[in-house]
Structure formats: C-alpha cells, structure tokens
Design a protein around this ligand. Structure first.
Ligand SMILES: *Cc1c(COP(=O)(O)O)cnc(C)c1O
Length: 352
C-alpha cells in the first residue's frame, strides 16, 4: 500500500499546485458516537482544510484549479453556484491569496435580503468579490437558471478577454477533471492515516453535490486497490445519469494525472434517500443527525451538506446496512457557515 501511495504522490507532484490548505487534515475516532451506534466511527476533518476558518472540501480542488490558472497566466477567475455557495466563497479566498480577481455568478435559490446579507455571501462581500446575482425567471427550472447563470459568466469572460485579460473558468463546485483530481490526493492521504493506525475501513460516507469529491475519492481507490465501500449521500435530486457523470469525471482525473487505473459507473454508490425536499431545503433527519453529533461529540455539521450525509450514515446503521462493529469513516466536507445563513436554510435548528 505504501508504495502505491508514493506513486500517487509522485504523479500529483508533477502538476502545478497552489498551496492553500493545511494538510493532512485531522483524522480520528469518535469514541462516544462509536459506542452509541455500535460501529467504529472515524471522522476525516476536511472542515479543517483551511485556509480560513471557513474552509472545506473545495480547498483540495482549488489547489490544483488555481495551480492550473496560474500556470496558464490567468489574472481573473470566474465561478458559479448558489448565493450561499461554499465553493464560491472558498474560490474567492484562494483568488485573493494568489492575487487573481474573483468574479462570481450566483443563482438565488434562496433570495438574499440586501439589508441583511449573511454567511457566505457576507464573506464574499468582505473579500470584495464581484458578485452577480441571477434570479430565476417565471417558468424557468432551477437547471435552466443555473445554465443561464453560467452563460452570463462566459459572456462576461469573453468581454474581459477582448480587453486583454486572461480568465480562468471554474465550473459549479469546482467539479472539473483538474479539481476532482485533488481528491485522489485526499484519498491517498486518508489511506496513509489509516495505515498508520492499522485501520482498514469498511465504509466511507460523504455528502455529494456536483460529484467532484466523490469522483476523486473513487478514482483514488481505483489507483490504490482495495479500500472501503464509498457512499455518496446526495444533497439534491440526482438523475439516473449521475453515476455516469461521476465516473467520467473520475476517469478524466485519472487520465489527466497519467494514471492507468479506470473506474466504472458501478463503482459509484449514491444514496438518494436523504436530500428531500431539495437543495438548501432542510429536513428532519438531517436536523436530528446534526443535533446528535453536536451533543455527543461537540462537533458541528450543517443542514445543506454534511447533516444530510450524516443522516445517511445513521440511517445505514439503523437499517443494518452497516454491520455492528464495522469501521466507518465520515468525511466532513465543511460548510458550517450555512448555520448562519437565511432561516429557510436552517429549518428547526434554532429550536431547543
Ligand atoms: C461542495 C460541498 C460538498 C459536495 O462536494 P461536491 O464535490 O460538489 O460533490 C459537500 N459538502 C460541502 C460542505 C460542500 O461545500
């Protein structure tokens, strides 16, 4: 295993990378939750990825995305997301550190109150990002608004390029081939920590949105061989093509890295049972999961991503899908700023 990990590291070291985070992120056992659930539960703290207090999983992607942007001589970075996008906010922090101009095209699933800007939008403001808020039009689906948002960003980038700027375009969630590859390194990092602890995890749970994180982890597992079953708990509705999209990202990342391994659609396990009613819309099971981890371990998860993923993990313990005594890793992807966002994102969490 150690040899394979070194091979991953050697391939990753050939790629341009911006140093943004603090790695390795902590990894350890949750003793009280483990006793309560009857499984050995471990946590991977990518909420501690840096570089600000408000880091999360996007930092691993951004190290390679920003490395690529600098390598290509770009001076401006465009990205997209919801108004409360963790990815957009982390991209702005990275752009500021590296001296690139951050421009955001954000769609308003939840309409921000101009007089009471909160959470990630507030941070985007403090960081001085150029923000363009795109509201849904009558009769437009969320997917159509999202597509229009991206189109507006592309047109803006073209105007800037005509003036001599060089723009780098980061897709929603940073889920490009380059971004996803960051999680191949993340997977190798986890496996190294597991090896040091003499631990062979059976399952790994994480929240999946755009799929870049899941794709990178599954690609990493394909490179190293063996490894835990990886379950992505969907945080929004995913069509039947989602696994294929993730597999394409994973294979693209492997190819980009120059690794011979490949994955199949069937390597992806996506649990669609915990996102309802929808993205940025809270549900009772996530609320319960958030309270449970907070009250047993003093750790904070969020209603949009990690709370739903944790609910998926707890549900799998309850249903017996995870055998008693099995070794389970929860990959904490960050996102706690959602707790300070609009009330409609929070649900009942403010109640006792
Ligand atoms: C973006 C995000 C995810 C999902 O990652 P993807 O790579 O988009 O699937 C999970 N958790 C948090 C907190 C995030 O911000």
């Amino acid at each position: 295993m150690n040899n394979e990990i070194q091979q991953v590291r050697a391939l990753m070291a050939q790629k341009p990378r911006a140093n943004l985070g603090f790695f390795p992120t902590p990894f350890y056992k949750l003793e009280r939750m483990s006793r309560e659930l009857g499984v050995e539960l471990y946590i991977k703290r990518d909420d501690f990825s840096g570089m600000s207090l408000f880091g999360g999983n996007k930092i691993r992607k951004l190290e390679y995305l920003m490395g690529d942007a600098l390598d290509k001589g770009c001076d401006t970075v465009f990205t997209y997301g919801a108004t409360q996008s963790n990815h957009a906010m982390q991209t702005v922090t990275a752009a500021r550190k590296l001296g690139l101009t951050p421009i955001l095209y954000l769609n308003a699933y939840v309409e921000p109150d101009e007089n009471d800007i909160r959470a990630n939008m507030l941070l985007d403001r403090v960081l001085g990002a150029q923000m363009h808020i795109v509201k849904g039009l009558d009769g437009e689906t969320e997917a159509q608004t999202e597509a229009r948002c991206v189109e507006l960003g592309h047109q803006h980038a073209q105007r800037l390029e005509a003036q001599g700027h060089k723009c780098y375009d980061i897709p929603l969630g940073g889920a490009s081939v380059v971004g996803s590859a960051g999680f191949i390194g993340g997977y190798a990092e986890l496996m190294e920590q597991c090896a040091d602890m003499n631990l062979e995890p059976d399952h790994l749970f994480l929240a999946t949105g755009t799929g870049g994180t899941l794709a990178g982890l599954v690609a990493g597992r394909a490179m190293l061989g063996g490894g835990p079953r990886i379950v992505g708990v969907a945080v929004s509705e995913k069509g039947p093509e989602y696994e294929k999209k993730c597999a394409n990202l994973a294979n693209g990342a492997l190819e980009w890295l120059g690794a011979p391994a490949r994955v199949e659609d069937s390597d992806f396990t996506v649990d669609r049972g915990y996102f309802a009613p929808g993205y940025e819309q809270p549900n009772e099971r996530a609320t319960r999961a958030i309270r449970m981890l907070a009250r047993m371990e003093g750790l904070i998860t969020d209603p949009v991503y990690t709370g739903k993923a944790l609910a998926g993990l707890l549900g799998a313990v309850e249903s017996g899908q995870l055998a008693q005594g099995s070794r389970v890793v929860f990959w904490h992807t960050g996102g706690a700023t959602a707790l300070f966002a609009e009330r409609e994102i929070l649900g009942d969490l403010s109640q006792a």
